[in-house]
Ligand binder design. Structure first.
Ligand code: ZN
Length: 98
């Protein structure tokens, strides 16, 4: 594996605002999440077992995404040869949390 440094994946709201960013050191399994105005935490965080919930600073609305889907996307990205930056679109909570 080549040393490409950091892999980053923007988590965005449906409007395209960046809500947070997943960060992975290439070659490491552990992921971190960076939320604006907050310190980086390990991801999934304690409450992110099923869904990852964040607040969009642009719309001031709660958004969420499936933790498994986000992880799959991040894994795909980390195994991709050509891309190491991506984005994942989260959904507004009121748009359908079953
Ligand atoms: Zn937004």
């Amino acid at each position: 594996m080549t040393d490409r440094g950091l892999l980053t994946m923007d988590l965005t709201c449906p409007e395209g605002h960046v809500v947070g960013q997943l960060i992975q050191n290439i070659g490491h399994q552990s992921l971190g999440i960076q939320v604006p105005d907050s310190t980086r935490e390990e991801w999934p965080r304690g409450g992110d077992k099923m869904f990852t919930y964040l607040t969009c600073p642009g719309c001031d609305r709660r958004v969420y995404g499936s933790t498994d889907s986000i992880r799959e996307r991040a894994t795909w990205l980390s195994e991709s040869e050509s891309e190491w930056q991506g984005r994942y679109s989260l959904r507004y909570i009121e748009d359908g949390l079953a």
